[in-house]
Design a binder for this molecule. Structure first.
Ligand SMILES: [Fe+2]
Length: 505
């Protein structure tokens, strides 16, 4: 492995930090690395694995004003690129406006998710709540060959070089980017049409907007989605002809909100509502379907099946977990982040466009989340969902689970005690035809070895364990959202002799 340190940033976190989401497997990094020809610890790098795995990470440089929440952390993008049986690694902080301002001040300036907005030391800021730092540390997608990082509560999209992880600036969609409201956590890329679909939300009517960016990067469609009040949607889905938005009964307590307190509450008596809108439809075209009350953090996919829209995602049995009985103060404080407390399970909703009726069913007993599919099936029928299992009580992912949504068969692999992974992206093998003909890729944080690895599974045989394990330069922080971009989607990838040269450009 050829290693070079590209940079080291100053951190003002306390040396005796005791916050569980800034220590242990969540200990942030400060070093930016360039590593070529990664050391293969076991197995062999598949020669037909070609492209980049990108992962965003909440990696704070400064403490919070008072109460740190892991969603507040500065963004670090990790890249592992595969080509010709070799792999490279890069990691860089995303240079957001907020990150740069705090770096200059060497202290936190904005209030985080567990803090009151008026604690912010700046009047400006981002997020549906306002006066937050846009950390851009939530998701990363690739649109038109450029990676885009996003912030969970709406913010800018930062353009990231998918080879080097360098920040290239903000996405502006040829001048039409909705800077006032931003874009929510999970913009969706449809590789079939080259479009990017997104929504945003705010505390002012109509409370949500939905948009489509076309293959030429123009904001081609942007409409109001009127909701009954401020909501906290996190994800959306799409089919060939429709987008699916949501109005779920977990949202800020309305009485507390009048006093400036942003406290999410599950309204058990209210139905979940899913809004189906033609992809270029108007506000008046949206059709709402009611379903059992729940909250859904992430959807796996949606598709059309005759007169029905089929949606798969993770139904939460307990969107507002009770604090009673949780002895550990940190587990109690962050119970909303533990998959077992939320009881999240893969679920299928069917919305009948003719009758307006909803049918729904649980697809498994197993608690999982962060479901990924083969990207070639986005918006069309899929069979497999690759999800992750979680450590009881904590926001830590301890294994991968392949759900066969046709047969109900599940295959699992647990990383082992003290080893934590991230969302596992599916990388189709070059020339693949089967949906599961490819690889599952994740990054691990291994507390036993004090090291991190990029772990590659054969997507057809997940329970057999990794086919390849690669060493990263140092132990990285635990993280979640990731994406895969095939080399064929990336500019320059095929115009140079090797991947290292592509990165150097
Ligand atoms: Fe998310």
């Amino acid at each position: 492995m050829e290693i070079e340190v590209l940079g080291k940033l100053l951190s003002t976190l306390p040396a005796d930090d005791d916050h569980p989401y800034r220590t242990g497997p969540w200990r942030p990094q400060t070093t930016e690395w360039k590593a070529d020809d990664l050391t293969v610890v076991s197995g062999e790098i598949p020669a037909d694995l070609d492209g980049v795995y990108l992962r965003n990470t909440e990696n704070p440089l400064h403490p919070a004003i008072k109460n740190y929440h892991p969603f507040d952390g500065d963004a670090m993008i990790h890249v592992v690129g595969f080509r010709d049986g070799k792999a490279f690694y890069r990691n860089r902080f995303v240079r957001t406006d907020g990150m740069l301002a705090e770096y200059e001040a060497q202290r936190p300036l904005w209030a985080g998710a567990s803090e009151m907005p008026e604690w912010a030391q700046r009047e400006d800021g981002w997020g549906a709540r306002r006066r937050m730092k846009d950390a851009s540390s939530t998701d990363v997608v690739v649109h038109r060959g450029t990676a885009l990082s996003s912030f969970w509560m709406c913010g800018d999209l930062y353009r990231i070089d998918p080879y080097s992880a360098a920040t290239l600036g903000k996405e502006d969609w040829n001048g039409a980017f909705p800077y006032h409201l931003g874009v929510s956590a999970h913009p969706k890329v449809d590789d079939r049409t080259g479009e990017l679909l997104f929504f945003n939300y705010s505390k002012e009517a109509p409370y949500m907007k939905y948009g489509v960016v076309d293959a030429d990067n123009n904001l081609a469609h942007y409409v109001d989605i009127p909701l009954p009040g401020p909501r906290l949607p996190h994800d959306m889905a799409f089919t060939e002809n429709y987008a699916i938005l949501n109005d779920l009964p977990l949202f800020w307590d309305e009485e507390l909100l009048k006093r400036g307190v942003h406290h999410p509450r599950f309204h058990r008596g209210m139905p979940a509502r899913f809004g189906v809108i033609p992809r270029r439809g108007q506000s008046s075209d949206i059709r709402w379907f009611e379903a059992d009350p729940t909250y859904v953090l992430h959807f796996a996919n949606a598709y059309e099946d005759g007169e029905e829209i089929v949606l798969e995602g993770f139904y939460q049995g307990e969107p507002e977990p009770k604090a009673d009985g949780i002895a550990d103060k940190w587990q109690r404080a962050f119970r909303f982040l533990a998959l077992d407390h939320m009881q999240s399970r893969l679920h299928r909703w069917r919305f009948n466009l003719r009758t307006g009726q909803t049918r729904e069913e649980s697809l498994t007993d197993q608690i999982t989340e962060f479901g990924m599919i083969n990207g070639a099936h986005a918006g069309v029928r899929h069979r497999y969902v690759y999800a992750t299992s979680g450590v009881d009580g904590w926001f830590l992912l301890n294994g991968v689970v392949k759900h066969d949504t046709e047969t109900g068969v599940e295959e699992s692999f647990r990383f082992g005690d003290g080893v934590f992974g991230s969302e596992a992206s599916m990388a189709p093998r070059i020339g693949s035809t089967d949906e599961d003909d490819g690889y599952l890729i994740t990054l691990t944080t291994d507390m036993n070895d004090d090291a991190s690895y990029c772990v590659v599974f054969d997507a057809k045989r997940v329970s057999d364990g990794p086919v390849c394990t690669l060493q990263l330069p140092e132990r990285i922080s635990s993280g979640t959202h990731s994406t895969w971009a095939a080399g064929s989607e990336l500019r320059r990838w095929r115009n140079v002799d090797n991947a290292a040269q592509a990165v150097g450009l």
